[in-house]
Design a protein around this ligand. Structure first.
Ligand code: ATP
Length: 230
């Protein structure tokens, strides 16, 4: 469904990602790796927030290598960056409504679904997004992306800074959203243990290269940890 061929990217003179090739279908693909391995850079490049240096992207059988970010979101790819994805001065409901600018299903239908997935957001729908806790803010960012009715969700470290309870809730919701909607999800994470619980396949990056790409169920934590320290 989404194909990445020989992708390279970076910032200025610094090349961060080199020659990555992989595909993703209806699954949760976890992108793991040590600090600085290139996880965020990969998601930014896939979302077209950062240009490719080399390589090609294909989505639903069509080349999207040069397709701009806003066009990708119209075509069903939603991106949740690590932070700064909510408008602090707007309410929870207003933030969610902005997500519904993309797609055709009635807004209220989508709002109901997101409130069912995240009851906490329903309780706080009139609250300013800027006054939410860190965990609630992450839920709102994911909820807003789901409002776009995406087919592919790019999630950058959604568990960053969250307490274990919030991480559990968030990951359960991600797994549930995927189950119910047949979503494809690329999930970049530091939290390897939790991520392994919901991942179908795991891609480990090491210094911007693909070190390992395997089915999650056949990968032991020991091998995964070894892959981190290459
Ligand atoms: P973390 O788990 O710590 O968030 P990561 O795997 O997401 O790390 P990236 O944020 O993609 O890693 O960073 C990969 C490399 O790119 C790092 O060496 C980082 O210093 C570098 N880098 C990131 N952003 C920039 C930037 N704007 N300009 C220059 N170098 C950058």
């Amino acid at each position: 469904m989404f194909d990445v061929q020989n992708l390279s990217s970076g910032y200025g003179d610094v090349q961060v990602l080199s020659d990555l090739t992989f595909g993703i279908g209806n699954e949760v693909l976890a992108v793991l790796g040590a600090n600085g391995a290139g996880k965020t850079t990969l998601l930014k490049t896939l979302a077209k927030v950062l240009p490719l240096r080399a390589g090609a992207l294909e989505w639903d059988g069509q080349q999207v290598t040069h397709t701009p970010a806003h066009e990708l979101s119209n075509r069903g790819i939603a991106y949740v960056p690590q932070e700064g994805n909510v408008f602090p001065n707007l309410s929870v409901a207003e933030n969610l409504s902005l997500g519904a600018l993309v797609g055709t299903r009635p807004k209220d239908e989508r709002l109901d679904e997101v409130y069912t997935l995240f009851p906490r957001l329903a309780e706080r729908k009139d609250q300013r997004a800027g006054s939410l806790s860190g965990g609630e803010g992450q839920m709102l960012a994911v909820g807003r992306a789901l409002m776009q009715d995406p087919k592919l969700l790019l999630l950058d470290e959604p568990s960053a800074g969250l307490s274990p309870l919030y991480v559990d809730t968030l990951f359960q919701t991600i797994a549930e959203a995927r189950e119910k909607r047949g979503l494809a999800i690329i999930l970049a994470e530091q939290n390897a243990k939790k991520t392994m619980e919901i991942a179908d396949r795991v891609l480990v990056l090491s210094l911007g290269r693909m070190h390992l790409l395997e089915e999650a169920k056949s990968l032991s934590m020991k091998r995964l940890m070894q892959a981190y320290h290459i």
